[in-house]
Write a new protein. Structure first.
Length: 173
């Protein structure tokens, strides 16, 4: 058993007991705010998306729609949290894991989690629409879209940078 995470401490406690441990509480803990899945998967996906947004104009020479980028973030944020957070309530109510069918008493929160997963998929579709829109509109990106904040060497070149940008190693201050 894991005793290092906050959710693990709660799952370890006698008040939750075996029902909470084998039930959806563990599913919510693993997929919720402090769980391993959030740390490994959701945070990794957010970092990949953040890197994509940060480097997109430098890699392609095109600007993406900031409005679509913000919409992608918020739809994904709401969808992921609606998917995993209700699992805590299901586990505390005693829902067992790995069942093909479950009692009707758990239908409400399972419906919320299902709706959350659909919202997350809408976020993925928005992300692909953003990419298609950026390439189809062909808005030329600035060399340094970050203005005064972009002080590192990659932002001193054109977007996208040409091959063999620096013939010799530049001096970095």
């Amino acid at each position: 058993m894991e005793a290092g995470w906050v959710g693990g401490w709660v799952g370890w406690g006698g008040w939750v007991g075996w029902v909470g441990w084998v039930g959806g509480w563990v599913g919510g803990w693993v997929g919720g705010w402090v769980g391993v899945v959030v740390v490994v998967v959701v945070v990794a996906v957010v970092c990949v998306c953040g890197g994509f947004y940060y480097w997109f104009s430098k890699m392609t020479g095109y600007e993406y729609s900031e409005r679509l980028g913000q919409l992608h973030f918020w739809v994904t944020f709401v969808g992921v949290n609606l998917t995993f957070f209700p699992m805590h309530f299901l586990g505390l109510a005693g829902m067992p894991r790995r069942y093909v069918d479950y009692p009707d008493a758990f239908a409400g929160w399972n419906m919320v989690a299902s709706i959350g997963s659909v919202i997350s998929m809408v976020g993925v579709v928005i992300f692909f629409i953003l990419i298609i829109e950026a390439f189809s509109s062909r808005r030329k990106a600035e060399n340094n879209p970050w203005g005064e904040g972009g002080t590192t060497i990659e932002w001193s070149t054109s977007s996208p940078p040409p091959f063999h940008t620096f013939e010799e190693l530049p001096k970095v201050r």
